[in-house]
Design a protein around this ligand. Structure first.
Ligand code: HEM
Length: 414
């Protein structure tokens, strides 16, 4: 048994928000899986879990590993100036992804219907039209940043449409999502974190006003469905909880899928034989999706908090400790996925990856992500002939403790 109070060399080296971990964390995670699969990170104040078996075991035990606090490093890491700003907004109450049963079950019921297989399948024509329109906007230019021009706006438009939010407000919620990422990671100067905290308050105000508007004038959208369904709950949901749940869903509904579309395209362009095989056989698309989700793992990690003392990977973790589940690492564990760094769209999918989580918090939007990514890859590879990457010195990675995605993908075609 290792002594948990002594920081290890791996723990001292680890910081997912800075180079080289930010750009390519995989060599470090491979070392961690080999040398010290569960280690303590002083910078995050969390136990980092890197092997498939251990991550999967934690996901299967929500009673011993609470999801409260699952998306941030904890308020104690934020400077007092930032906490003062946040205190002027809604209280940070657990709602959906950061909650446990029975409350979690109630909140999940409020939004899950909107993302079931039937409702998602109905969106296919709209997603295709949006994808084609975005490509129309740059196809004549011969080169583009596919992230900014396509991968980011496509899921943002789709989720805005589902919520009933006008397209012209998309830049607002994209900016607020970045602000939220910075505050959740407690990363940056005090000045920039204070600015981001104001963005978080604007985000809350925006969604709260949208709920008020749907209460007085209902429409055919998710916000109205939530207002209506919340009235029928046995235990009433507070405004802070509803806004928290909607913030999480809006954020998850575009940042993650943007990362997957960009990541899938990058993988295909780096593996021309897979791209050629896809063009010859479109039936390969589901395999491309699963393999891109495994290798990209846009939700790179989530947190849990122990409700009792636990033993994990030979390490004793005290009650009340923050635990970081690194899905990106579990998904490259060679004991589960042979040759884990190889992009193989024909890989046996019965060995399920954890890119969408597992168990009671399994991703509500997995079907939607599959639909959007499939259509995106199909439209881009058909409309942009002889597509190739342009090396870019700065991929502008998002600095987040939960999401890992490119912020730029320069390509040319023709
Ligand atoms: C590539 C795209 C996506 C990835 C990789 C992804 C990944 C994940 C993961 C790993 C979880 C589990 C978190 C945990 O166990 O703590 C999750 C939960 C969730 N995802 Fe996604 N997601 C994606 C797309 C979406 C979309 C499009 C939506 C839109 C609705 C969405 C909404 C949610 C919600 C609401 C939860 C919380 C579910 C719960 O706590 O019961 N996700 N997602």
């Amino acid at each position: 048994m290792r002594n948990p109070s002594v920081p290890s060399p791996l723990g001292a080296e680890y910081n997912p928000l800075v180079s080289p971990h930010l750009e390519d964390p995989h060599p470090f995670y491979a070392r961690a899986r080999r040398e010290e699969p569960v280690f303590y990170s002083p910078v995050l104040g969390a136990w980092v879990v890197t092997r498939y078996e251990d991550v999967s075991a934690v996901l299967a035990a929500p009673g011993r590993f609470s999801s409260v606090g699952s998306i941030d490093v904890g308020a104690e890491k934020l400077p007092p100036e930032v906490l003062q700003v946040l205190a002027r907004g809604l209280p940070p109450l657990p709602s959906l992804v950061d909650n446990d049963p029975p409350a979690h079950t109630r909140f999940r019921g409020l939004v899950s219907k909107a993302f079931n297989a039937r409702r998602v399948a109905e969106k296919a024509p709209l997603v295709r039209t949006l994808a084609e329109e975005l490509v129309d906007g740059f196809v004549s230019e011969g080169r583009a940043d596919l992230f900014t021009r396509f991968a980011h706006p496509l899921p943002a438009r789709v989720i805005a449409g589902i919520f009933g939010i006008p397209y012209e407000d998309i830049p607002l919620f994209q900016r607020w999502s970045d602000d939220l990422s910075a505050v959740f990671a407690a990363h940056g100067s005090v000045e920039s974190l204070v600015r981001c905290a104001h963005g978080v308050l604007d985000f809350q105000r925006y969604l709260s006003e949208a709920l008020d508007a749907r209460t007085t004038s209902p429409r055919d959208d998710l916000l109205t469905d939530v207002v209506t369904a919340a009235r029928e709950l046995d235990v009433p949901a507070s405004r802070a909880e509803l806004v928290g749940m909607l913030t999480q869903t809006l954020f998850a509904g575009h940042e993650t899928t943007a990362g997957l579309i960009a990541g899938a395209m990058e993988l295909l362009l780096r593996n021309p034989e897979a791209l050629g095989a896809l063009q010859a056989d479109p039936g390969l698309l589901p395999g491309i999706f699963e393999e891109a989700a495994r290798m990209t793992s846009p939700v790179t990690a989530m947190f849990r908090t122990t409700t009792e003392e636990v033993e994990l990977g030979g390490v004793s973790i005290p009650k009340g400790a923050h635990v970081r589940l690194v899905f990106a690492s579990a998904n490259r564990d060679a004991s589960r996925f042979p040759e884990p760094d190889r992009f193989d769209p024909r890989r046996d999918t019965s060995r399920r990856h954890l890119a969408f989580g597992q168990g009671i918090h399994f991703c509500i939007g997995a079907q939607l992500a599959r639909l959007e990514t499939g259509i995106a890859v199909d439209v881009l590879t058909r409309r942009l002939p002889n597509l190739r990457l342009i090396p870019s010195p700065d991929p502008r990675m998002l600095r987040s403790v939960t999401i890992r995605r490119l912020g730029r993908l320069e390509v040319e075609w023709g």
